[in-house]
Design a protein around this ligand. Structure first.
Ligand code: SF4
Ligand code: F3S
Ligand code: ZN
Length: 103
């Protein structure tokens, strides 16, 4: 599962499509966490796809991650600024890869 305290326990290593990437990153096996308000642990995501299907405002988009041991696509929070804090994605992800900071 994603560490909900990732923003204290990790450091940003760069940005991707306008959102932060929290390390450690060692491509292609270790990809870190993408996003801050809507955060997806790419090392936990196994491409279930429920988050993309259920998000009412289409926050997520697939990105290719060839060579990652869990899955070769990931749900990227490409539009995290559109999030309305419904928490559906957090509830449906079977591996708890997503954290939404609704505070
Ligand atoms: Fe989409 Fe709701 Fe998840 Fe925000 S909390 S990313 S609106 S499903
Ligand atoms: Fe990945 Fe969970 Fe979405 S496994 S694709 S973050 S539902
Ligand atoms: Zn990303």
């Amino acid at each position: 599962a994603i560490d909900p305290q990732f923003d204290s326990n990790r450091e940003t290593e760069g940005t991707h499509r306008g959102h932060d990437v929290w390390g450690p990153v060692e491509e292609p096996e270790q990809l870190g966490i993408h996003g801050t308000h809507v955060a997806v642990d790419f090392d936990v995501c196994l491409a279930d796809g429920a988050c993309l299907e259920d998000c009412p405002v289409d926050v997520f988009e697939w990105v290719d991650t060839p060579g990652h041991p869990e899955s070769e696509i990931k749900a990227d929070p490409a539009n995290e600024a559109q999030c309305i804090d419904c928490m559906l994605c957090v509830d449906v992800c079977p591996v708890d890869a997503i954290d939404v900071d609704a505070s």
